[in-house]
Design a protein. Structure first.
Length: 471
């Protein structure tokens, strides 16, 4: 009888392993912008268990690590809402071009990319972002040359191995040169081919769960490289599959002119006519928007990926970020491709978002340090549809956070750590956690050999240049 009873017992659940971070300044970026001059964060498994002032609670079980974070600021991990990882292999080219000329110059090279190049470029892009505090990243990959291999799979595997939370915006183009587009014809897909490949990517890689490490969005490239039918059917596909939608919008005055000439309306009206405004949509750039455009985004909940460095690099203009925020439009930050933002990391975007927007009509009232930090954390999570899971330090959310060292020469004379982080030089990352797993320690990646990666990215960049030179 005793043996039978013992056999029937259910084992007690194992307590999650806990990591305690304490003695640090904490910027939670929650709804109230709660901050602690000296506080703690407790991680339990892949979740944040508690955040508060002072030392962590006494008597916690199964604490496997305690971090004395004296001299540090702890924030949510940075969220990058727009990127083109493959461009890591074409940095430093066409540096004096506007968008359309830049695309014409680089498309012939990009059209030679293959699976190995895509994986290596993704590793380089992800590694640089992760070293600089990014814990969630989105990649808009829209170029799929014929015979190039499984580019989407290569990018997803790179993010998985790096340990970064990831959204693949599976892009597509079906308007090549012969149809009045910019990319070479052999670098674009047919309508049915693009839709079928996108659906297959969603079904293979998208994880809808709360703690998903990989999600997929439907992402035709832009109005000037995509047919109206691909836009319409892409929106229908995304909503049938229950995933988000992403594209470029209102980036340049040339795009505005193109849309009026081809469609008889501006970009925002065109997007609305094709089903591309809504709470499940986010657009990259959105530089040239009038009051009516902003109102349409606010009314529909359409999000914006603001990419200040790339907008400046390509002389696109200054986005109306203060007006977007005042209207209630969701806004996050994006690195954009490293062929138009060679630094490839997001801390620069915190600072440049603040500085560049102060050159606009709102001047010094445009943004402050805390609003810039919100753009790079909670704002980005909201744009990607993941604000319930990440983007702020709150109990129950995923354990995605960064420890910034603020007591070095570069920052120690600034008394406010958030101001120091945003206005100052890039702060050293002592530790970065994604899903409760540490991926950076003292500025070095724990998931990849950085020196080997530097060699492989250099080699693949040279191989791509050679293929492009051969024509």
């Amino acid at each position: 009888m005793a043996a039978s009873a013992a056999a029937g017992r259910v084992a007690a659940p194992t307590a999650p392993e806990r990591t305690v971070v304490e003695n640090c300044a904490v910027a939670t970026v929650d709804a109230h912008d709660t901050e602690y001059a000296s506080g703690h964060v407790v991680l339990a498994g892949n979740r944040i268990e508690s955040v508060g002032a002072g030392r962590a609670p006494e008597g916690l079980e199964n604490v496997v690590r305690r971090i004395d974070a004296t001299g540090h600021l702890v924030t949510p991990g940075l969220v990058n809402t727009h990127h083109h990882f493959y461009q890591w292999l074409t940095r430093g080219l066409a540096t004096d071009h506007n968008l359309f000329d830049w695309l014409v110059a680089l498309y012939p090279t990009w059209a030679r990319i293959d699976e190995q190049m895509a994986r290596t470029a993704a590793q380089g892009s992800l590694a640089t972002m992760a070293r600089g505090g990014v814990t969630t990243a989105a990649d808009h990959h829209y170029i799929h040359p014929r015979g190039a291999g499984d580019l989407s799979g290569a990018i997803v595997r790179a993010a998985r191995d790096m340990g970064v939370r990831f959204t693949l915006a599976r892009g597509s183009m079906d308007r090549g040169e012969s149809d009045g587009g910019l990319p070479p014809d052999f670098a674009v897909e047919g309508l049915d081919e693009a839709l079928a490949a996108t659906e297959a990517t969603v079904r293979e890689h998208h994880d809808p769960s709360f703690d998903a490490m990989t999600q997929v969005a439907v992402a035709p490239c832009s109005p000037f490289s995509v047919s109206t039918e691909l836009m319409r059917q892409g929106a229908d596909l995304a909503r049938r599959l229950g995933v988000r939608l992403h594209t470029h919008g209102s980036e340049t005055v040339e795009e505005e002119k193109f849309c009026h000439e081809l469609f008889g309306m501006g970009p925002t009206d065109y997007f609305e006519s094709t089903g591309w405004l809504g709470e499940d949509v986010w657009m990259a750039h959105c530089v040239h928007m009038n009051d009516s455009d902003i109102a349409a985004f606010a009314r529909t909940g359409t999000g914006v990926a603001h990419c200040p460095s790339s907008n400046a690099r390509l002389a696109a203009g200054i986005a109306r970020v203060p007006d977007l925020l005042a209207a209630g439009v969701p806004v996050g930050l994006g690195v954009d491709g490293t062929a138009s933002n060679e630094s490839g990391e997001l801390h620069t975007e915190l600072r440049n978002a603040l500085l560049i927007n102060r050159l606009g009509g709102h001047r010094e009232a445009a943004l402050d340090a805390r609003r810039a930090l919100r753009l790079g954390t909670h704002g980005g999570a909201r744009v990607l549809g993941r604000a319930a899971e990440t983007g702020s330090l709150e109990a129950g959310k995923l354990a995605d956070l960064v420890l910034w060292r603020m007591d070095t020469l570069a920052h120690s004379s600034m008394s406010d750590p958030v101001t120091a982080l945003v206005f100052g030089a890039a702060a050293p990352v002592t530790a970065s956690f994604v899903n409760g797993r540490q991926i950076v320690e003292d500025g070095r990646l724990l998931t990849v050999d950085e020196d080997a990666l530097a060699r492989s990215t250099r080699d693949e960049a040279r191989r791509l240049a050679q293929l492009a030179a051969q024509g």
